[in-house]
Design a binder for this molecule. Structure first.
Ligand SMILES: O=C(O)CCC(=O)C(=O)O
Ligand SMILES: [Fe+2]
Length: 356
């Protein structure tokens, strides 16, 4: 099988094979938080170090049942195995650009080698959006086409939500904030669950499953199957390193909202998904996002005279929907779709104005 040129990455973005294996991504065992035993201060400082060094960490002891994960993977496989016509029925469109099936995502003008399906576990109220009602309506197949698809993914999303709130508490502690300081932002969430399918690729050295990017939301909790392909940009030397799959764990990364809330104490890190010529790969990111009407800006407890706010506040719902619409129009990469546009001029580094 041949590969169309639209999938070819420019030379500087092509994956070198083999990538370096990241054996040192920190592992955070959440049992003390769940069972309320042991020192949460120790755990919070371990987390602070992990985020500062990597922006990524692996969680174990998270309490998510294995069966919940296995069922979500099973229905994801079944969904992507449907015919093109069946998937077409739930395709993302201009009227509903936030959710549904999509196989033509462009990242910096290059098409990703993947297909996805996304939905809101709770449909948000798009406060103030002119195209309100339709904008955030989920698209589901009828149950006869794929029994249990919706219920199974909803169950998975519920488990992710519990985990996300636990992580939010720990992140708050790690920033010396009160444990529930950030919870209020998530009362009326715009969280999205995505399932990714990366089919085998004839030229894996020339393309990417997900091009280099940063996640623009608050927090991403990723399940990846045992094939492997997630690469993270190592902060210490800028090298791309592979995050190997580890059983019964999830990979978490800090999104740009937490970067802004923390006034750059925590930074969101670039990552990508590589593909391979033999095996298809599945992953399930849970994008934990605040309410539509949230004004994202550095937290007042964090800014000070010595470290003044580095960002102009922005309306999350407006930004997120603009960015999603831009994905459909193949315009992602433009500064208007990037969190970096809100950085105050005095703090902008040249590289940040390029892409995230
Ligand atoms: O599939 C992966 O390993 C990464 C996916 C990802 O980064 C994303 O969907 O934002
Ligand atoms: Fe991502």
């Amino acid at each position: 099988m041949d590969m169309d040129d639209v999938f070819v990455q420019p030379p500087e973005n092509r994956p070198n094979v083999p990538v370096v294996e990241a054996t040192t991504i920190p592992v955070i065992n959440l049992s003390p938080l769940r069972t309320k035993t042991g020192s949460l201060d120790v755990l919070a400082s371990k987390l602070r170090e992990a985020i500062q060094d990597w922006g990524f960490f692996v969680v174990t002891g998270h309490g998510v049942p294995k069966e919940t994960v296995a069922r979500a993977v099973q229905v994801s496989r079944a969904f992507f195995a449907l015919s093109a016509e069946e998937k077409e029925a739930v395709r993302r469109t201009e009227e509903s650009p936030m959710v549904g099936y999509y196989d033509a995502e462009y990242n910096r003008n290059v098409r990703d080698w993947k297909e996805i399906f996304e939905f809101f576990p709770t449909e948000p109220r798009p406060v103030g959006a002119a195209d309100g009602a339709q904008l955030c309506k989920n698209k589901w197949l009828c149950d006869d086409d794929l029994p249990d698809f919706r219920d199974t993914l909803m169950e998975y999303a519920k488990a992710m939500e519990e985990l996300a709130f636990m992580l939010l508490e720990l992140i708050s502690r790690s920033l010396n904030l009160s444990p529930h300081r950030l919870h209020g932002f998530f009362r009326d969430q715009t969280t999205i669950l995505r399932i990714n399918h990366y089919p085998p690729c004839p030229k894996p050295n020339l393309t990417l499953g997900s091009g280099c990017h940063k996640d623009c939301g608050a927090l991403t909790i990723l399940y990846q199957d045992d094939v492997g392909g997630l690469d993270v940009r190592r902060r210490s030397d800028g090298e791309w390193v592979r995050v190997n799959p580890a059983r019964d764990s999830f990979i978490v990364n800090i999104g740009e909202i937490i970067q802004v809330w923390s006034n750059d104490k925590y930074e969101s890190v670039e990552h990508r998904a590589s593909v391979n010529s033999e095996k298809e790969r599945f992953s399930i990111p849970y994008f934990f996002n605040p309410s539509w009407s949230t004004v994202v800006e550095p937290l007042k407890e964090i800014v000070s005279k010595e470290d003044p706010s580095r960002y102009n506040g922005y309306n999350w719902g407006e930004f997120y929907s603009t960015r999603r619409k831009a994905i459909l129009r193949k315009q992602v990469g433009h500064i208007k779709t990037q969190t970096a546009q809100f950085k105050k001029q005095s703090h902008v580094q040249k590289s940040e104005l390029m892409f995230s």
